[in-house]
Design a protein around this ligand. Structure first.
Ligand SMILES: Cc1cc2nc3c(=O)[nH]c(=O)nc-3n(C[C@H](O)[C@H](O)[C@H](O)COP(=O)(O)O)c2cc1C
Length: 141
């Protein structure tokens, strides 16, 4: 059974390219063998991530992430059983949201700034799907 889990969190320190490289290297190393795919979106000091895969593997990874001291205040936005993956092409796609056209964020939010902690989880999920569809993601196999 496939599930999809989306959460947001605050980075402990400023998200820079070194931090992103470390995270994505771990994702590239572990996710394919666990059958996990997904998308990691960052904006300022906020992470939003969707994890897709079997219920067991997604739950295991979420628990591992919750213990990672590089971020805090993990907040579950959306959890559902799905018939198919949204991000099947990526072991973990990456979106640097601050480089994306503000109108894309505005379409799903009250402000042109990502604020997943204070808006419906469904809006954030739709934004992530739209970002993936619009090709703003970077490939990470
Ligand atoms: C925001 C964020 C997203 C992460 N995403 C993943 C991921 O998709 N897959 C993964 O294996 N590790 C991910 N990590 C890293 C894990 O928490 C953990 O550090 C890593 O899997 C350990 O890998 P290692 O055993 O090779 O050192 C993420 C960490 C953070 C802070």
């Amino acid at each position: 059974m496939l599930v999809s889990l989306t959460y947001c969190s605050y980075a402990k320190k400023t998200i820079d390219s070194e931090l992103m490289s470390d995270i994505l290297a771990a994702a590239r190393k572990h996710n394919p063998e666990q059958g996990i795919t997904g998308l990691l979106c960052v904006s300022h000091n906020i992470f939003v991530q969707t994890l897709e895969g079997s219920r067991q593997q997604v739950n295991q990874l979420y628990q591992k992430l919750a213990k990672d001291s590089r971020h805090h205040s993990l907040t579950l936005l959306d959890y559902r059983e799905v018939e198919q993956r949204r991000f099947a092409n990526w072991s973990m796609a990456e979106v640097m949201l601050d480089k994306v056209n503000a109108s894309q964020i505005l379409r799903y939010s009250t402000h042109a700034k990502l604020d997943p902690f204070n808006q419906p989880g469904s809006s954030t999920v739709m934004l992530l799907e739209a970002l993936a569809d619009s090709g703003t993601t970077q490939f990470r196999h």
